[in-house]
Ligand binder design. Structure first.
Ligand SMILES: Nc1nc2c(ncn2[C@@H]2O[C@H](COP(=O)(O)OP(=O)(O)O)[C@@H](O)[C@H]2O)c(=O)[nH]1
Ligand SMILES: [Mg+2]
Ligand SMILES: [Zn+2]
Length: 317
């Protein structure tokens, strides 16, 4: 018998959903949240599409609480691996204080919010990242306009990313464009925002979480390539520069000639590349691995690239 009286009802764990098109800055935001969360127990669920899940490797989770959902799209395949993932999280002791789901860059974050209705959980906010450099082109582009517009409409809060890469006028212009394009949804620049605030957003859009809201999205072609040789930075940078426009995204972990003992992380989003040190290798397999993602209907373009890059880079499954 305890003197405290009746037990408190068990509290529920908020499920916050993070969406936004390929390369919008979702994983970067998760890493910022994890870096700031001192001692808070946050479980991250990452959903890359296809059999490719490089993102899980890019998340810097100190306690290893990152779960991968690599087979299938979390928004399309509502019965796929997700029930097992939610049960796994529910069984964790001590219980997490927050679940953060990164939806794949082609996925619709709206319906994913409904996982917050799972027993023991509650819905958090749906946050959608909008890359100020590319969002308008994508939303007007021939390939992914519907996917991007649907993602924006699903948000409880829109976060402007990469405002450091453009001038204040462009940030303002994108903000104004969003206000008219998806009216009623608050828009905030991510820079300077305390990430803790983002985990405390009340869900406001029950409509977008309904299964009817889900819009099937076109398939993006992907290629996972590995390279056993050391990679020369300049030569690889030039390869990325020469990619056809339909290859919308590249990300990977490289073993470079100048830093073979450490991982080098490379990203390309549209024409922009970024390179950073990824720390020491964690496994014994130190081969370079990248994923290339092409816009819907561009499978042949991607196949040409794969042929062109062989035999230095070879496709794996
Ligand atoms: N300059 C700048 N780069 C960013 C920002 N957010 C993300 N990036 C870069 O954009 C690329 C894609 O980011 P990532 O978080 O992997 O996007 P995701 O595909 O949405 O998960 C990486 O090279 C990031 O370093 C930002 O606010 N400013
Ligand atoms: Mg990511
Ligand atoms: Zn989907």
């Amino acid at each position: 018998m305890t003197p405290e009286g009746p037990l408190e009802p068990p509290s529920t764990v908020p499920v916050t959903v993070l969406g936004g098109y390929l390369g919008a800055g979702k994983t970067t935001l998760i890493n910022r949240i994890l870096a700031r969360a001192s001692g808070e127990r946050i479980v991250v669920v990452v959903n890359d599409f296809g059999a490719v899940n490089i993102d899980a490797e890019l998340i810097r989770s100190r306690d290893g609480n990152t779960l991968e959902l690599a087979n299938g799209c979390i928004c399309c395949d509502l019965s796929g691996g997700m029930p097992a993932v939610m049960s796994q999280i529910a069984a964790m002791t001590p219980a997490p204080q927050q679940v953060l789901i990164e939806v794949s860059g082609v996925g619709d974050p709206g319906p994913v919010a409904a996982w917050g209705d799972h027993p023991g959980f509650r819905r958090g906010g749906v946050l959608v990242c909008a890359d100020v450099e590319t969002i308008q082109d994508r939303a007007h582009g021939k390939w992914v306009a519907d996917t991007v517009m649907h993602q924006l409409h699903s948000a409880d809060l829109l976060l402007l990313t990469k405002t450091d890469l453009v001038d204040a006028e462009q940030t303002d212009a994108v903000g104004a464009w969003l206000h008219t394009t998806v009216p009623g949804i608050p828009v905030l620049p991510l820079h300077g925002l305390d990430p803790a605030v983002l985990l405390d957003i009340a869900p406001g859009r029950p409509d977008t979480a309904a299964p009817e809201h889900h819009q099937p999205h076109p398939d993006h072609a992907t290629a996972l390539l590995t390279c056993a040789d050391l990679v020369d930075r300049e030569a690889f940078g030039a390869r990325l520069d020469n990619l056809p426009e339909a290859v919308v995204r590249c990300k990977g972990v490289l073993r470079t000639t100048d830093s073979p003992d450490r991982r080098t992380i490379v990203h390309a989003v549209g024409r922009r590349q970024s390179w950073e040190d990824g720390g020491s290798w964690s496994s014994t397999d130190h081969a370079s691995r990248i994923v290339l993602i092409a816009a819907p209907g561009s499978g042949e373009v991607l196949a040409d690239v794969v042929r062109e890059w062989a035999p230095t880079w070879s496709p794996t499954t």
